[in-house]
Design a protein around this ligand. Sequence first.
Ligand code: KPL
Length: 301
Amino acid sequence: MKIVVFGAGSLGSLVGGLLARDHDVTLVAREAHARTVRESGLRLEGVVDGPSRVSPAATTDGTGLEADLAVVTVKSFDTAAAADALATGSIEAVLSLQNGMGNEATLATRIEAPVLAGTATYGAILQEPGVVECTGSGEIVLGPRDGGSSARAERVGETFAAAGLETTVADDMPRRLWEKLAVNAGINPITALTATENGAVLEEPATDLAREATRETARVARACDVSLSNREALAAMETVAKATAANTSSMAQDLAAQRRTEIDAINGYVVERAVENGLEVPTNRTLTALIRTWEQGRGRR
Ligand code: KPL
């Protein structure tokens, strides 16, 4: 299969690197990473079986690409730009493996190809250009973005599973995306603001805050006609926090590297949908304001 991974940061490099063992993969990445991968390949470290050095193609230019599948792993605020670049090429299908909500809709309105939704809970860190470490095995869940099943989703699921990625093909992606949003809303801003690993949200004093952010998200999901109970959302958040206890969340990595975060598509999204539905979500509102203040203070908004 010809696969483009658009946004080869930590997760994209891990997924792209594993797929590159059996497929013709092109990574669209930042300059230094793309150059190193072209010159000396990509090294996979950590919890991965099999060969640790692979040689995908790598470029910084995402325009005019041809592929059977484009896996989009850019930050949510870069989705529109990624979609516009992909739309100049020839892409048979698109899979969003991103945090936050609204990415699939952005892709679908800009690219003439079926869009699959996906979530990923793998822990990954780009240690340096050309080296990605898998810091925690997780799961990829994917399926048609509006729910239901499709032969295409099954094929992509089989391809990912054969590459060694724990993959589930789901027929209820809208609900799965809200569940993952509840996980990220609980873990990401708290670990980012306190510079702690994901396991911190399982302990006092952070746990009350994380649980409340997760509960609020489930409440908003239900107001948006998505069947997600508080119990299910809390169980999902705790399962992910346990499985990735020693990992640094993507938002904590962003703050540590002084980068813009995905707060708008995570807790900010929860606040927006809550307002539309006349709900109060004080914990998500506070966490959003704190992260946005940090971003503003560093000129990242
Ligand atoms: O999605 C994640 C993230 O860091 O953004 C989790 C699942 C919390 C893993 O760290």
